[in-house]
Design a protein around this ligand. Sequence first.
Ligand SMILES: [Zn+2]
Length: 677
Amino acid sequence: MSRSTNAILVPLLGAALALSGCSDDSRSFIGSENSEHSAAAPTTRDANKKVLDQRPFENRKDFENARRGLIAQAPDLVISQEGGGEVWNMPAYDFVDSEGKSAPESVNPSLWRQAALNNIHGLFEVTDGLYQIRGYDLSNMSIIEGDTGWILVDPLTSKETASEAFLFAREHLGEKPVKAIVFTHSHLDHFGGVQGVLQHLTDEERANLRIIAPEGFEDEATSENIIAGPAMTRRAMYMYGKQLGRDVRGHVGTGLGKAPAFGTFGFEAPTDLVRETGTEITVDGVPMEFQVVSGSEAPAEFTFYLPESNAFCGAELVSRNMHNLYTLRGAKVRDARIWSAYIDEARTRFAEADVYFASHHWPLWGQANIQDFLIKQRDTYKFIHDQSVRLMNQGATPREIAETLKLPEALNQDFHNQGYYGTVSHNAKAVYQNYMGWFTANPAQLNPLPESESARRYVEMMGGEEQVVEKARSEFESASDMDVTEGQKTYRWLAELLNQVVFANPDNKDAKALLANVYDQLGYQAESGPWRDFYLTGAYELRNGAPEVGIKPAMMKDILLHTPVSLFFDSMAVRLNAEDADGENVTIKITFTDLGESYLLTLQNSVLHNRVVSEDTPADATLAITRPLFVDVLIGEAGLKELLFSDDIRFEGSKLDLISFFGMLDKPQGRFNIVTP
Ligand SMILES: [Zn+2]
């Protein structure tokens, strides 16, 4: 029966884990103490040096802003989980020098600078009555002072980090009741820690608490990416460098912040939904004006303005990096055209803003600075959109567009729109994908062989594995002394070439070792945190194999309790093993006794449907159960097999049908191979 429970569970976990990029192996949170990544080659050293000439590194304004208003800083910011395991460890990043000036040869200096800025943590005063806790999580928690209490904005990712951040703020700002919590958007790093705050509130505070969120928040927050969860979760391990050491040849930060906080995730339903732009709500004497930006960075999102302090909260519509139009862990692409238009709307609607603060990174002060920032953020997305489409309409392929497109000089002199998180390259491909999908119209791409099959044929025609690896090795050796451009192209080409050998024969140790060395160089040169982590994780897994452990379910319980029930069943349908189900016709009815809802699952034609039915609808087997108990079964805290013989559920019909039905569902492990076939 465990097969069935995991079949439902794993995809649900994906919603959060895809974001956090975590598995249950807390040991590896701060990564392995590895030095197995190879040294930076001379061409990599040169490439990284060259970056120093491309941007105004002498401009130290960001460092000034990131430290401005510091009230207090915890010296040893390590946050652990009940029962052990680190959720957060800032000292692990102490190897990044505080000024971000002395980038090692193995890190792109621009990414190093961003990593140093993201290392600055503590409690800060942003402006009168507005504070932020930064560096306690991937995201920020903002704190607004009301007439009688506090309004908290975005209570971080996990219960543990949010609790620590809240207590730290209260220690330094004073104990006042929490009047409201604002969730700016439906991504986990902006609401998942809410229970960490709620646990410290009195019953009276809880009773009067307002929770303000954009319309659609609850559905999106609990369901985003559930269907594709196992694949996203696995890919997120690459994107966030989960398995990498925190060191100069490993993970230095995500660009968006340090790393996802891997703890206990929770949920709390909103009391107030903001449905449209222009909505004004006064909370504890603080007027707030909202702008709905759903469909940009998140499917449910708003920004807001505090007219009394001329402060604009940009949520994650804007940030101090180029964001992702396409997220490398895998996600539906985002629409750059709409995104850019929302930024322009914010810029004109909140034109008086004298303070900008957001859900990631540090604030910005001064109307002119904010306008300039918003204009350049707006134009970065619009430039990528418009120029990608222009080239697409000329017949360029995604790879050609990504190679051609460079931000104009006017957009290239600021750090905040650089590719620390998204990149021009993969965002340009996202624009193509948004309009055209995966096919370039070249019939050679219409029906190519699967990777391993074409790899075998390529390698054979190139003279066999040994010859290819030998030639690749000599090319790799000469690359190390090539000029920067040739060196980069050679590494990219060698990655493609050696990947063919590895896919033709995954047991070829020489090919894997050489490919890992190539990935190291590509990782060291990357300006984007996720690019670096993808390359270095690829190298890590070529050397060590894919992870042995998948993911742990229990930390998602609170979110699962709020997930729409029909989504449980939709995610079951995508686990159905069509071969096992061939010729089977079964109906299973599941009645949630606490919700008063019944669902009929119908298996026919190797397809699983679910629909709401009346309780007396006949079925081959009927299971009556509460939603919390059902969730316990999903996360493995209760065994369905034992339950079938207990009083906690009612069961009618054929147990055999039920057991064989659940037996037809796949159990994704979330640890599939990526750099090997
Ligand atoms: Zn975020």
